[in-house]
Design a binder for this molecule. Structure first.
Ligand SMILES: [Zn+2]
Length: 319
């Protein structure tokens, strides 16, 4: 299912799960903002809180929204992003599954993953890659196939032997925060940057953030603002290092109640995350897990301004 070849026009390419990828000449980083609903970005860019992202937009990058995998949960979507195929092929259709003996099992073990990741195929072909997650449970899945991988959760006292690093926290220059600290996601980006700066031949990096802030804070709230301002500062560092950058999300976020407090679902389903597009949002009342809009892609250089401009936050987030 994987293979290294040479294309006459693009140079070396690798085919993974039926799709062909160029081997990057400049380093590439893909950051998945867990729960990164497009409204957060539209709101923050609209209020000039993310000047680096705005500069990428002006310089001709791309901004798009798209539907996440169904159901719109963390594991299937992270895996779809790194494999380029749907859960039907990669084998991770949810965060949990029911085993044949009736037990409920978390879908975190790499054995459940049936398709190689793009990173694993690149690594196997001799292209240096790096996987950084906030929570360690995702690292095991995302790092399958020999991808050098670290997590914020397990950074303390750990190194990364593949890249000659003895102490991750020493490399970053500060102790790793807990995974329920709003700064944990930023630390994941810092970790990726620090490892790359010590190994500048790494060509493909994936950074998976956590959704603690997005679960807790609506667009425009103080915690969300602090999160995206710091995110943008780190984005500036990545831009300065010459990366090609992709920013996306595993799913969006939405409130469980209308502005007047009326429940928007007839059950207490935790995972109800309806479509973020305006028309679909108003028509969707399903109590079941629902696909939603997630994607925000920015490429350096450039990016076009989001059409979905800022609107006042009117919702509270309930988990
Ligand atoms: Zn998620």
């Amino acid at each position: 299912m994987t293979g290294l070849a040479t294309d006459e026009t693009t140079g070396p390419v690798i085919t993974v799960n039926g799709r062909t990828y160029r081997i990057p000449v400049v380093p590439v980083v893909v950051i998945t903002v867990d729960g990164g609903d497009p409204e957060y970005f539209a709101d923050a860019v609209g209020r000039d809180l993310m000047p680096n992202l705005a500069a990428m937009l002006r310089a001709g990058g791309e901004f798009q929204t798209g539907a996440s995998e169904m159901p719109s949960l963390t594991n299937p979507n992270n895996i779809s992003i790194v494999t380029g195929v749907s859960p039907a092929i990669h084998g991770i259709p949810g965060n949990y599954c029911r085993l044949s003996d009736g037990r409920i099992e978390l879908l975190n073990h790499p054995d459940f993953l049936r398709a190689p990741s793009i990173h694993a195929a690149f690594q196997e072909a001799g292209v240096r890659t790096l996987m950084v997650t906030t929570k360690d449970k995702l690292r095991r899945l995302l790092g399958k196939g020999g991808v050098p991988s670290v997590s914020v959760e397990k950074a303390s006292g750990e190194g990364l032997a593949e890249y000659g690093i003895d102490d991750l926290e020493e490399l970053v220059g500060e102790p790793a925060p807990g995974i329920y600290d709003p700064r944990a996601s930023h630390y994941a980006i810092r970790l990726a940057l620090a490892i790359w700066r010590a190994n500048r031949d790494i060509r493909l990096i994936y950074v998976s953030l956590t959704d603690f802030v997005q679960h807790s804070a609506a667009p425009g709230s103080q915690m969300a603002d602090q999160f995206f301002i710091e995110f943008d500062t780190l984005l500036g560092e990545i831009i300065d290092e010459g990366f090609t950058i992709g920013i996306t999300a595993d799913h969006g976020m939405n409130s469980k109640h209308a502005a007047d407090g009326t429940p928007r679902s007839t059950t207490s389903a935790t995972f109800w995350r309806p479509p973020a597009s305006r028309s679909m949002r108003s028509s969707c009342r399903s109590p079941t897990p629902t696909t939603d809009t997630t994607g925000l892609w920015a490429r350096s250089p450039g990016y076009t301004s989001p059409k979905d401009t800022a609107k006042p936050p009117t919702r509270s987030f309930v988990t």
